[in-house]
Ligand binder design. Sequence first.
Ligand code: ZN
Length: 183
Amino acid sequence: MERPYDEQTLVHDVIIYGHPTLRRRADDVSVFDDDLRQLVREMFATMEDYDGIGLAAPQIDKSIRLLVIGVPGEQEENKEDEKFYLAVLNPVITSSSGSWDFEEGCLSIPDIRETVTRPESITMEYDTPMGEHRKLEATGILARVLQHEIDHLNGVLFIDHLSPIRRGLLNGRLKRLERDSQE
Ligand SMILES: [Zn+2]
């Protein structure tokens, strides 16, 4: 899939754990205009600049229900650069199934990776940047990234899914991140 932005596209700063926007419930998007579509391009450019596979708008301090993903394509094994790009607005997970352990990280929680258990497959309804309503069935990595990014729209972070013991072991590092982000 062709890159959905160009070299001139603005790259935003990703905010880090401790910033209050990461804990806020983001607002629905109701206006689908050129400003929104420009922001979507900037989200893609920011995600790629940070080498991420997903990015939610709250991570660039915009508290709206928008996320972008760019995951490796599954069919095109010969083309390593091929990615599946998707911009998602107002997502709602309508069903999910299975259970899968997979290691996650987050651009807003640098240098921490932990195994998180989530449903393996989901069905999601969402709006496109043109305001069209769509339905998507996803499994594996795609379903995983979508669930992680949708959590961001609800002020939820992947560390919230860990057991109290695992979470407790991260406390020192999280406190340090929190301190750094407030300086
Ligand atoms: Zn994240």
